[in-house]
Design a protein around this ligand. Structure first.
Ligand SMILES: [Fe+2]
Ligand SMILES: [Fe+2]
Length: 329
């Protein structure tokens, strides 16, 4: 006699099983946490943009010179900075995901607290820079930030702990690439330094999450691959609900900071790191997922070429840039 388990109960069993795996890999997570701490480079926003009660003439002139230099930043860079900042300011969304689904009585919580403290500096320093240099209509950015946080981030995959780890891995690398490439196209030295420091943090976070998920693959490869396959083809940035998000992402792609080619490179790298092609002894679901994941690189290349080929010269205008209009290839 076949035993029919209701779909909802099945899902709950799957969630329970995954929670057990997450518990099982805690010793590895402890090691990753310790390794991360050993390499931690704790910088603070005030190291870059000091703010003291008394501002003497020397400090005033430093700030004035900075404003002068920052005026040379291109519109595209200002868009990238705004998008990067808003993405960082979405931190409450991610803190919630990790706190809710990875538990509150284990190393995961300890990690979440430290990670949140590190990430918090990213939004702060970018915000300080944009504000102190007066390169934007800052009030508009604050309104965008408010609505972005207010609209929440509740992706349909959030109940799947494995997908949370896949997402955080991809997202950390994506933010690293984005900050690093923004740093490459700016000549203003203070901003360059800020972006390098943030990118270095993101690289370490990426290392933590991708190794945590590698440990999951070792314990539960079939389900791990099934979850990875759901997210790897494309990830929606949490800012998708933001007004003008698509236009901002288009600008960032056109200026060569982050787009489908960068995403393809991230997926290629992570699939290789997780050594998905070498996994053996999988069940039917695992085998299918493995095959599809191994075909993703070709698919993502097609997507990148398609987007590149169909793009035409376009005009952009944003209210946080005082609706000034400019065109990009
Ligand atoms: Fe960050
Ligand atoms: Fe990060």
């Amino acid at each position: 006699m076949d035993v029919i388990i209701p779909a909802e109960k099945n899902k709950q069993l799957e969630r329970d099983r995954k929670a057990e795996v997450i518990k099982e890999i805690e010793p590895t997570v402890e090691k990753l946490y310790d390794q991360h701490q050993a390499k931690q480079n704790l910088w603070f926003p005030n190291d870059f943009l000091p703010s003291d009660e008394k501002m003497d003439d020397d400090k005033k002139s430093v700030l004035e010179k900075l404003r002068e230099r920052a005026r040379s930043l291109s519109d595209a860079v200002k868009v990238a900075l705004t998008l990067n900042t808003l993405t960082e300011e979405g931190l409450p969304h991610f803190h919630r995901l990790i706190a809710t689904y990875l538990g509150s009585d284990s190393i995961w919580q300890k990690w979440n607290f430290m990670w949140t403290a590190e990430e918090d500096r990213h939004g702060n320093i970018l915000r300080d820079y944009m504000r102190d240099t007066r390169i934007l209509n800052f009030g508009v950015v604050e309104i965008m930030q408010y609505y972005y946080i207010n609209s929440g981030f509740t992706p349909d995959w959030e109940m799947d702990i494995y997908q949370i780890l896949v997402y955080t891995s991809l997202q950390e690398r994506a933010t690293q690439v984005s900050h690093r490439n923004t740093g490459k196209v700016v000549s203003e030295p203070l901003l360059k330094g800020i972006l390098q420091n943030i990118a270095a943090d993101e690289a370490k976070h990426f290392n933590f999450y991708r190794n945590a998920f590698k440990a999951v693959i070792q314990v539960d490869p079939n389900e791990a691959l099934k979850s990875a396959l759901k997210l790897l083809p494309s990830i929606d940035m949490p800012g998708i609900s933001m007004p003008k998000f698509r236009e901002m992402a288009d600008v960032v792609r056109r200026v060569g900071i982050y787009g489908p080619w960068e995403y393809k490179a991230i997926v290629d790298e992570i699939v290789k790191f997780w050594d998905i092609s070498s996994l053996t002894g999988l069940n039917e679901i695992g085998n299918q997922a493995q095959e599809k994941i191994m075909n993703l690189s070709v698919r993502l290349e097609k997507v990148a070429k398609y987007i590149e080929n169909k793009a035409q010269k376009k005009s952009f205008s944003f209210d946080f840039l005082y609706n000034h209009t400019w065109a990009m290839d």
